[in-house]
Design a protein around this ligand. Structure first.
Ligand code: C2E
Ligand code: MG
Ligand code: MG
Length: 684
């Protein structure tokens, strides 16, 4: 038996020696009584330090208390256990994994006397498992992926990363993430990232990285700490998405919002923004600035002559020249159409100097824009009118400043164009007066300050055929205000709409009253219609409604249009005129001869009457050419088969001339000024 036992022991020893596993044995108190040499080699522990200890007393075993409790419960119940996995750290920082299996030992009496079992080193398997785990997280992705250790040394990279950066996996292996640094971020930026990784465990954000070929691209980067099974952070997985394209698209959108598509110059929005900044700077440093507003003279003619495409090319060339004129910090903007603005900053603290510099800049621009333009095969000439306004730390209102520059520009135009004018206090006064007038105008309707005057229209100098209704404004403080002063303003503000309707209503009510008296039943009333009023989509319906409400006869009502408004949208004009004429209304073309419109268009309008403008009538007998024009206008009306009336007839001679050349209808001071209703009726 002894020999058999010895042989068995020898076989067992041989097995254990050949195997990498080791043998161990514990007593009933779970103290080691026997350990195989392998363990000692692995753990670098001395035999003596293990014997007599319990497993959980040993140093370096990374297991939580809960896990040990579980293990002890198994032992206490004398159960067999398999593949109990423990990680052991060595003093030098290295570590290894062991897997232990054990089975309880009982003596012949069935008494428990300890455990016996084997242990094995499973570090290799663990490492493979862990790598698989990382790989599973990392490489599922289409994004560029890097796996690094805690020191940010690259352990792995995927193909998407190589595609993006140009670095092969081999090239980056062992390198730190610094290899990607573009130099566009300060070191503090990376410090923050590292700090966040240490505290929160992940970081996301945009980073400029440098590719292998030197290109710098913007990446959306996420870095996530990978927590090891032992609860410690061992690796980082970094993903990279190239958003350079996205950034470019965003830039493009921004460009569209702030730049003019045709000239690439800043647009109104951006200029306003820069002005805001300029104001702020002005407040800080006290240095003055200037705003120039410029507009190309007669650009409409050029557009008509060369076509819009060439007009666009001209604008581009103007933009180019303007940019060359100004300093780098100045802003040239296009406000639309042929209007440009130039913002000059830092013109010194002295107003005189600032004005001087602005004047010089204006002249420089004038001379640059006066050079001929090569537009395709054409050589074209264009000139600008420039308005200038200075600003300083007292200036607050952006819109007002633009308005002033604009006003000065109009002054430049009025003074013969191709010149520069400064905004001055006189203009300012005019602006203020205008604003006051506008406010008053808003109240005028509600407070019934308007009144209609009537100016008689005569046939053959002896028969009153009707009148023109002319609006009057009795201003509570200013007294009578001429329509010439407020019709334009009313147009701009839209107040012309209720005002025009009031005129129409009042005129029709009057017609209705005249209709009831045989002496006045045939009288016609001419009513002036403004462009904005006529352009309302429901203008026709409005007139119909007024006629219906008042009961006025449509054939007694005549609407006066002006050339420019009638020709603004010929098709619309014709449609409206035709519809209203079907009801019996008549149309007269006011101020005839003053427009520069093409006659062929005019002949298309279904007119009843041409009204020769008073500027020609005034010069009959004074300026031969004007008399000729009057003759021509009369001839034109006749050849078109429509009647003709002259306005502004003040003298017998004028009337005689008109009568002699076939214009039998007249209106003017010779017969009567425009007068209030009762006076007009007395006059009849
Ligand atoms: P218009 O329609 O050409 O009216 C003729 C203007 O010439 C009137 O000026 C009239 O008073 C003036 N006038 C008439 N005869 C003579 C004359 O012999 N000599 C001189 N020097 N002037 C004469 P008013 O009333 O100041 O109106 C000016 C303009 O205001 C009108 O020109 C018309 O365009 C506009 N307007 C007047 N009333 C209305 C209205 O109710 N609605 C609209 N939309 N415009 C109106
Ligand atoms: Mg008129
Ligand atoms: Mg007129």
């Amino acid at each position: 038996i002894k020999r058999l036992l010895q042989e068995s022991e020898a076989r067992f020893r041989a097995l254990v020696t050949l195997s990498s596993d080791w043998f161990w044995e514990q007593d009933a108190e779970f103290r080691f009584i026997e350990v195989d040499n392998h363990l000692l080699v692995n753990s670098r522990l001395a035999y003596a330090t293990i014997l007599g200890t319990r497993r959980w007393d040993q140093p370096g075993l990374n297991l939580s208390e809960a896990q040990w409790d579980q293990h002890r419960a198994v032992l206490q119940q004398h159960q067999e256990f398999r593949d109990f996995e423990v990680q052991r750290s060595n003093n030098d920082g290295s570590s290894y994994w062991i897997s232990i299996s054990g089975t309880p030992i009982f003596n012949a009496m069935g008494q428990f006397c300890g455990y016996r079992g084997i242990g094995k080193d499973i570090s290799k398997r663990k490492q493979v498992e862990e790598e698989l785990r990382i790989a599973a997280i990392a490489f599922e992705s289409q994004e560029g992926v890097l796996v690094t250790n805690e020191q940010f040394e690259i352990l792995r990279s995927n193909r998407a990363f190589s595609r993006m950066t140009g670095y092969s996996a081999k090239e980056v292996l062992g390198q730190t993430l610094d290899i990607l640094k573009s130099g566009r971020h300060e070191e503090a930026f990376f410090d923050t990232i590292r700090h966040q990784l240490h505290t929160i465990g992940d970081w996301k954000g945009e980073v400029w990285n440098r590719c292998k070929n030197g290109d710098v691209c913007l990446y959306y980067m996420t870095t996530t700490g990978v927590i090891h099974v032992d609860g410690r952070l061992r690796h980082y997985v970094t993903t990279l998405v190239d958003i350079t394209q996205k950034e470019a698209a965003a830039k493009e959108i921004e460009h569209l919002a702030f730049y003019d598509a045709l000239t690439q110059l800043p647009n109104r929005r951006l200029l306003m923004d820069r002005m805001q900044q300029a104001f702020a700077a002005c407040l800080r440093n006290g240095r003055q600035g200037a705003l120039l507003c410029l507009d190309l003279d007669h650009s409409k003619n050029l557009n008509d002559a060369l076509g819009h495409d060439m007009g666009d090319v001209l604008l581009q060339q103007v933009a180019q020249r303007l940019k060359c004129c100004v300093r780098e910090d100045d802003t040239v903007a296009r406000f639309g159409g042929d209007e440009f603005l130039v913002l000059l900053e830092d013109l010194g603290t002295h107003a005189g100097d600032a004005a001087e510099q602005t004047q010089q800049m204006g002249e420089k621009i004038l001379s640059a824009l006066n050079q001929p333009y090569q537009l395709g095969s054409h050589t074209a000439h264009s000139t600008p009118s420039i308005g200038a306004v200075l600003f300083n730390n007292q200036t607050h209102n952006l819109d007002e400043l633009v308005k002033y520059a604009d006003l000065a520009m109009y002054a430049a135009k009025a003074e013969g164009r191709n010149t520069i004018r400064f905004f001055d206090p006189m203009m300012q006064a005019a602006v203020s007066a205008r604003i006051a007038l506008e406010n008053d105008l808003r109240r005028a309707l509600a407070e019934q300050q308007f009144q209609l005057y009537y100016q008689v229209q005569m046939k053959n100098g002896n028969t009153a055929i009707g009148a023109e209704a002319l609006i009057r404004w009795h201003h509570p403080e200013r007294g009578m205000v001429s329509p010439l002063q407020f019709i334009g303003l009313a147009e701009e503000t839209g107040l012309i709409l209720p005002m025009g309707l009031w005129v129409l209503q009042t005129a029709c009510e009057q017609l209705r009253r005249w209709q009831q008296n045989p002496r006045t039943a045939d009288l016609q009333l001419a009513v002036n219609v403004s462009a904005r009023q006529f352009r309302q989509p429901n203008f026709t319906e409005q007139v119909c409604a007024v006629l219906q409400q008042t009961g006025a006869r449509p054939d007694r009502l005549k609407l006066e249009l002006t050339e420019s408004m009638a020709l603004d949208n010929v098709e619309d004009t014709i449609a409206k005129m035709t519809a209203l004429r079907k009801l019996g209304l008549g149309f007269s073309l006011d101020d005839f001869g003053t427009g520069q419109s093409s006659l062929s268009y005019l002949t298309r309008l279904p007119l009843d009457q041409l009204k020769i403008d008073q500027s020609f009538v005034r010069n009959i007998g004074i300026q031969h050419t004007d008399a000729l024009i009057v003759q021509t206008l009369i001839g034109m009306a006749h050849s078109l088969g429509i009647n003709v009336i002259a306005e502004g007839v003040e003298t017998e001679a004028q009337q005689a001339f008109l009568q002699q050349h076939g214009c039998t209808l007249c209106q003017g001071y010779l017969f009567s000024r425009p007068v209030p209703l009762d006076e007009f009726e007395r006059l009849l």
